[in-house]
Design a protein around this ligand. Structure first.
Ligand SMILES: [Zn+2]
Length: 145
């Protein structure tokens, strides 16, 4: 079974490969994408068209195109957001502890541009990794195989 710490913890002064100013991001992303990716927003549950998408393909970061997840690890968690039991690779994602909303949660971010994706929890499928990557559909782009 994998642990939540399979990914590197982000550093306070971390420099990302893709490093853009706030106004550049605002120009490139839709208002919804910008709110999720750059302002750590959360889309309302059951609103993403990717939530019940089970086509084969790859999910990339909507901000920088970094490949994050594949359809092979997608599962129906019933939580209302696209859910995966594993990342494409442990180097694709960085994590940090998020203690907002009175809970200690593990935030997941794109390792290439630092954009917010969602959170990872340890209540995923027990016969797989035991992890549940709960990801905002608005932070992802899907490319069909
Ligand atoms: Zn990215």
């Amino acid at each position: 079974m994998k642990t939540l710490t399979q990914h590197t913890e982000v550093k306070n002064d971390q420099q990302f490969d893709v490093n853009k100013s706030d106004s550049e991001w605002q120009k490139e992303l839709s208002p919804e994408q910008y709110n999720i990716l750059r302002k750590k927003g959360t889309e309302r549950p059951f609103t993403s068209k990717l939530e019940d998408n089970y086509d084969g393909g790859t999910y990339t970061c909507a901000a920088c195109g970094n490949e994050l997840f594949t359809s092979d690890a997608k599962f129906d968690s019933g939580c209302g957001w696209p859910s995966f039991y594993d990342a494409l690779d442990k180097t694709k994602i960085v994590v940090q502890t998020d203690s907002t909303h009175g809970m200690a949660r593990t935030e997941i971010m794109c390792a290439k541009c630092g954009s917010h994706l969602g959170h990872v929890f340890n209540d995923g499928p027990k016969d797989k990794t035991g992890l549940r990557y709960c990801v905002n559909g608005g932070s992802l782009k899907f490319s069909k195989k």
